[in-house]
Design a protein around this ligand. Structure first.
Ligand SMILES: Cc1cc2nc3c(=O)[nH]c(=O)nc-3n(C[C@H](O)[C@H](O)[C@H](O)COP(=O)(O)OP(=O)(O)OC[C@H]3O[C@@H](n4cnc5c(N)ncnc54)[C@H](O)[C@@H]3O)c2cc1C
Length: 301
């Protein structure tokens, strides 16, 4: 089956959109990456199921993504189908102290809704540019807190198309990681929050956003922290100590504001970023004997 046929068949199966040779620069916060051969933007859980089944039956590789804020897509793009779970599958429902959010809902919007409803617990997440699905997979966190602290359960779709509800205790959350099998697709997350004063919660959200604007180079495309913090260390501090700030390959630059951010100051390629990553890792290893591990995920060819 050629790409046009895949696009045509999928277009008939799903209510959402199907795009062919879609540039991943439009779908990643780094604004980097070659094309996705086929991209599906699902409008429902049924669309996700249809897409999964279609890919499985035809042995077409399937890559799931959320808001693309933690992805480095290589310059030759992604083969097969990219299932981008975002707008179109983003309902947020507040009920008492609980919030249920579909995987494509943006975390800052869920935090805003929580504040409006007078529910505390998601203030730390106000500025994390993640989808709920991506935030759960990465156990996104900030200001000493993680999404795992407020999760009650997560609904996933198995490769066989079965829906499963995973209780928080069974998810195996760790620092910037969850134990969710990579073959499972997150459909929604249920949060349990604590009633509080809406004005205070909103003020905390705002304070966290201000801190973020002060410490992060938000004026340039990036993917947030490139490296995970090694146990008991700050990756940004280690990079700063080896003179990493200002290191540059092509248009990929280590930010002067935050050494763990590589920013795209123009037309950086994935190759530029990967070379810069290799140089930083080498310098940190030579000086500290510490092997930095990537927090961003590298996908594609
Ligand atoms: C400016 C900036 C600031 C940031 N600040 C923070 C921060 O403070 N704290 C923090 O933790 N992170 C931060 N990040 C990184 C990023 O926002 C998080 O890693 C986030 O959790 C990624 O979510 P996403 O929806 O963009 O996922 P993507 O980048 O699209 O995908 C990340 C991973 O999740 C998987 N995935 C996504 N959705 C699903 C789904 N529905 N089902 C199954 N798998 C899925 C993908 O396959 C991939 O492996 C920042 C990024 C930027 C650009």
């Amino acid at each position: 089956m050629n790409l046009q046929e895949v696009e045509h068949h999928l277009g008939r199966l799903v209510k959402g959109s199907v795009l062919c040779m879609e540039s991943m620069q439009k779908h990643t916060s780094w604004r980097i990456g070659g094309p996705a051969e086929i991209m599906v933007l699902p409008a429902s859980a049924d669309d996700i199921g249809q897409c999964l089944q279609f890919a499985r039956e035809r042995h077409i590789p399937l890559t799931v993504m959320g808001n693309g804020s933690n992805l480095l897509v290589k310059d030759n793009g992604i083969r097969g189908i990219v299932l981008k779970i975002s707008r179109g599958f983003n309902k947020i429902v507040v009920s008492g102290p609980n919030i249920t959010a579909e995987a494509g809902a943006l975390v800052p919007l869920v935090a805003k809704k929580a504040a409006e409803a007078g529910l505390s617990g998601l203030e730390f997440a106000a500025g994390i540019p993640a989808s709920i699905g991506g935030a759960v997979i990465m156990n996104a966190g900030a200001h000493g807190q993680g999404i795992d602290e407020v999760i009650r359960e997560v609904t996933v779709l198995t490769p066989a198309g079965e829906m499963l509800v995973l209780k928080k205790e069974d998810i195996g959350f760790r620092y910037r990681k969850s134990g969710i099998d990579k073959n499972l697709i997150i459909l929604q997350a249920d949060f349990v929050l604590t009633p509080g004063d809406p004005l205070e919660i909103r003020a905390k959200n705002e304070t966290n956003l201000i801190k973020r604007r002060r410490s992060q180079p938000l004026e340039y495309p990036s993917a947030g922290s490139v490296f995970a913090n090694p146990p008991g260390q700050w990756a940004g501090w280690l990079i700063e100590q080896v003179g990493g700030k200002g290191m540059r390959v092509g248009d990929a630059l280590v930010s002067e504001k935050h050494a763990n951010f590589i920013v795209n100051v123009g037309r950086a390629t994935a190759e530029d970023v990967l070379q810069l990553i290799a140089q930083i890792k080498q310098k940190v290893f030579e000086k500290f004997n510490i092997e930095l591990k990537l927090e961003v995920q590298v996908v594609g060819e």
